[in-house]
Ligand binder design. Structure first.
Ligand SMILES: [Zn+2]
Length: 343
């Protein structure tokens, strides 16, 4: 190649390089907003508020290590009659509470694919939260399971003229660590009740459940009630109504189970926040809403989480080697290592 040809080849390379578009990336500032034409400002504001979108808080399956597991502290109260004939007692009750939590956690760990809408492609994400029985921190003998023998608050009446499901009397009387632990009250159904199914209600950050001792007694049958009510504690609403703020939970007729006739022959849900026999699916939006609430400074739900971020863990180091945007608040438990790429 002649010298002049080499020169032009170099000039050509420089021009090509010089004309390549450069993508600059930075977070939006007030100055950016001032520079925008009026008609674009609305859109820019919408984009910059993605830090409140539920999906920004759902675990990213490409970077699971960026979403540490969250543990919600719970304790259990077995409310019994004064003659001790209306609830589990002693070690049997303690085992019941721990097995119930283990079973509910198992559903959280497995998370099922959504039944609805039919033919959906809703992703199945890890829920990344679990329940943890939390005894009193300074009492080595405390198991986080308590017993009360009190005829005044022993019974839970779900319906009828004596209905008391919204009464907080039992909570006011016996709650322990109410500001930092979800208190679950296992109560007895009214003696006259004919339907011995399980029932539950959420009152603030406490849960009342009944029907376990009166019913079939197997702990695993009642894990869905715990998961559903815990969903309410963590800000989730009933999902069949279309008013829960999630696009991935469709409106439907809320069939309890599959049947031979429409609509329940096909349009039955398995979502945890619908009323159905399964209740073992959490959608990405629901998972995101739970984590958003747990990440919100000042939210009562955040105080229910075991503060695992207060203890440094080398093993929780996050290494970032490519472009990552975190559009959410995160609790970090280890170092963040940003790898520089040499050109
Ligand atoms: Zn509910």
């Amino acid at each position: 190649m002649k010298a002049s040809a080499i020169f032009y080849w170099w000039v050509g390379c420089l021009l090509l390089f010089g004309c390549s578009p450069k993508i600059l990336s930075h977070f939006c500032t007030p100055e950016d907003l001032l520079r925008l034409p009026e008609e674009d400002k609305k859109e820019k504001v919408r984009i910059s508020s993605t830090c409140r979108e539920p999906l920004a808080y759902a675990p990213d399956t490409n970077y699971l290590s960026h979403a540490p597991m969250r543990y919600i502290r719970v304790n259990f109260h077995f409310i019994n009659s004064e003659d001790s004939t209306h609830n589990f007692n002693g070690q049997e009750a303690i085992n019941y509470a721990y097995n119930l939590v283990a079973n509910a956690n198992s559903d959280l760990a497995q998370n099922a694919k959504m039944n609805l809408p039919l033919g959906n492609h809703t992703p199945v994400l890890p829920t990344n939260f679990r329940y943890l029985i939390a005894p009193l921190p300074n009492d080595p003998n405390d198991k986080g399971v308590y017993f009360h023998y009190d005829n005044e608050v022993c019974y839970y009446v779900h319906k009828g003229k004596n209905q008391n499901l919204y009464s907080k009397d039992v909570i006011k009387k016996y709650a322990v660590q109410l500001d930092s632990v979800v208190n679950v009250f296992i109560m007895s159904l009214e003696a006259s009740k004919t339907d011995a199914g399980g029932v539950g209600v959420t009152l603030g950050s406490s849960i009342k459940m009944a029907g376990m001792y009166d019913g079939t007694k197997e702990f695993w049958r009642y894990r869905q009630i715990l998961n559903h009510e815990m969903g309410h504690v963590l800000s989730l609403q009933h999902s069949w109504t279309g008013n829960d703020g999630c696009e991935d939970t469709p409106v439907h007729t809320n069939c309890w189970n599959v049947s031979e006739t429409p609509p329940c022959d096909s349009l039955y849900s398995n979502n945890v926040m619908d009323y159905n026999a399964l209740q073992l699916a959490w959608t990405p939006c629901q998972i995101g809403k739970v984590h958003r609430m747990m990440s919100t400074l000042g939210a009562p739900q955040r105080k229910l989480i075991a503060p695992t971020w207060c203890q440094f863990k080398e093993v929780a180091t996050i290494t970032i080697a490519d472009s990552i945007h975190w559009d959410s608040a995160k609790d970090i438990e280890g170092n963040i290592v940003i790898k520089m790429v040499a050109f």
